[in-house]
Design a protein around this ligand. Structure first.
Ligand code: PRP
Length: 196
């Protein structure tokens, strides 16, 4: 028999969910908020030539769920970027690991992120992509951690405001793990303190 979501969540309790101190946004809350965002985006981008751009790796569950709530024709592409290691993160220097497969000239572009934290990644992406002469670029992020901002960046569409804590799940990782959790939660400090 195929387990229900509730039964699956019980299985999580016995697995890697033990590393989570508390859940911030449940599967249902994310689902419902994503539908609201999708409806807003469908309205705002009616009759536009929209390209939705997911920023890998973290955005993969969110973009997959979000575009399926958007009742309109759209195209999807991905970029992968990485900061030059911890020490230079605050410099805002970002390396492009995978660029877009197409031109964005005269397109309406929607960047989709799992989280805007310091804002440095999105800031770099906006500067880079603006040089390619799109019609417009906006940012949609599931989580907005405003307290952590190092640059004055405001996302156009926000799923949830996020407290300044170490969050994982639904695309967000710690050392590559926890991205597959169906919710967003706070990682227990002992996990990253003992492994630092
Ligand atoms: C995360 C996240 C954003 C960025 C946000 O990506 O997906 O892209 O950090 O942080 P910022 O606002 O401080 O720049 P990360 O570099 O961890 O890579 P990942 O998406 O592969 O997890």
């Amino acid at each position: 028999m195929i387990p229900t979501h509730m039964q699956l969540d019980t299985l999580w309790d016995k697995g890697i969910r033990r590393d989570i101190a508390r859940i911030l946004f449940t599967r249902t809350q994310i689902h419902e908020r994503t539908i609201e965002l999708g409806q807003q985006l469908t309205q705002d981008y009616a009759n536009s030539n929209l390209l939705v751009v997911g920023i890998l790796n973290g955005s993969f569950p969110f973009i997959a769920d979000l575009v399926r709530t958007m009742n309109m024709p759209l195209d999807i592409d991905f970029m992968a970027v990485s900061s030059y290691g911890e020490r230079t993160k605050s410099s805002g220097v970002v390396r492009t690991l995978k660029d877009l497969n197409q031109s964005i000239a005269h397109r309406d572009v929607l960047l989709v992120e799992d989280i805007v934290d310091t804002g440095l990644t999105v800031n770099y992406l906006l500067e880079n992509l603006h040089t390619r002469k799109p019609n417009s670029i906006k940012v949609c992020t599931l989580l907005d951690k405003r307290e952590a901002r190092l640059v004055p960046l405001q996302a156009d569409y926000v799923g949830f405001s996020c407290p300044n804590e170490f969050v994982v799940g639904y695309g967000l990782d710690y050392r590559g793990f926890y991205r597959n959790l169906p919710f967003v939660g706070v990682l227990k400090p002992e996990i990253y303190q003992t492994q630092a």
